[in-house]
Design a protein around this ligand. Structure first.
Ligand SMILES: [Zn+2]
Length: 308
């Protein structure tokens, strides 16, 4: 199956190496080791050419920052190369024309899947570290462990382990007959409409979260909830679990505390040539799973059996 942007099967995370400080020390000084710099959730990209390219640090450049306190996080291998994330917030780049720090979503759909996924992974890991410097159990400082895949409480009495987290969110295309229901969030760019979505709550299955979120946002009951595919979405720390769900009817009522508006759109109305040209309607961004959920519904792709 085709993968969504920011995910790739090409990274070998080699998780067994996280447990060996010797392995990690060797990898840090390897000639084929690349460091993915992140500055406050922004990735370093060179946009001077036709297509944006990620910029990685190597050798002395990265070592100087590590000796200045930047913590490397082992990401894994891609073919012969080894990748570490490096949070260099507060550091100066060795050469200012190397590239610019930008939000990955600005270029995500233009990057190769492999590069996009490495940058997303680095961003997700550094984000977690920046927010877990202190123990949530006792409040003492935490320290990096397992090559950046764990933080340990430094209090001898506590020693709590903290692991990188990713917050599951369901995202669903609600359809009925030949129409689908698209909504506008309050923060969306002008005209943009998208599928409904929301966070999974503790004690809840994904399927239950789909039904609850749809009902909360538009007072529509759904059935025939079918899982489609998922997408890492480290903006800041989620994984999106994508579904199609059938509405029991066309009546709906927007909860304006959650959405600005919603509307049914037919397949005919969603044909590119039929979309309004006045800016009153646009599809979600190309790198998003929302866009793909809509496009595959438009294309009548054969789906898997229902889970509910
Ligand atoms: Zn603690």
């Amino acid at each position: 199956m085709r993968r969504n942007p920011y995910s790739s099967a090409e990274i070998d995370r080699a998780s067994h190496k996280r447990h060996s400080d010797d392995d990690i020390e060797d990898l840090l000084v390897g000639s084929k080791t690349r460091f993915v710099p992140v500055d406050t959730e922004r990735n370093l990209v060179d946009r001077k050419g036709d297509n944006p390219q990620p910029v990685f640090l190597q050798g002395m450049m990265a070592r100087a920052m590590m000796s200045g306190g930047a913590q490397p996080i082992f990401l894994g291998h891609v073919e012969e190369e080894t990748f570490f994330a490096l949070d260099i917030t507060g550091f100066e780049l060795p050469a200012p024309d190397m590239g610019e720090f930008i939000d990955l979503r600005q270029v995500g759909s233009l990057l190769f899947a492999r590069e996009g996924s490495i940058l997303a992974y680095a961003r997700a890991m550094t984000y977690w570290h920046r927010r877990h410097r202190f123990c949530g159990v006792c409040g003492a400082a935490t320290k990096v462990s397992k090559a950046g895949h764990e933080r340990l409480c430094t209090s001898e009495a506590c020693k709590a382990q903290h692991f990188p987290r990713t917050d599951p969110a369901v995202i669903m295309l609600v359809h009925h007959g030949d129409q689908c229901l698209l909504g506008r969030g309050k923060q969306f760019p002008r005209g943009m409409h998208s599928t409904l979505a929301g966070f999974v709550e503790p004690g809840e299955s994904f399927e239950d979260a789909v039904a609850r979120e749809v009902y909360e946002e538009v007072k529509v009951k759904v059935h025939d909830v079918r899982y489609r595919h998922s997408q890492p979405w480290p903006f800041p720390a989620s994984v999106m679990i994508g579904f199609h769900a059938e509405a029991e009817g066309l009546d709906f009522e927007v909860d304006t505390s959650e959405l600005e508006s919603a509307r049914w759109m037919s397949r005919e109305e969603l044909r590119p040539e039929n979309l309004p040209k006045d800016g009153s309607f646009s599809m979600p961004r190309k790198d998003s799973i929302a866009r793909r959920l809509i496009e595959e519904w438009l294309g009548h792709e054969a789906g898997p059996p229902p889970v509910v």
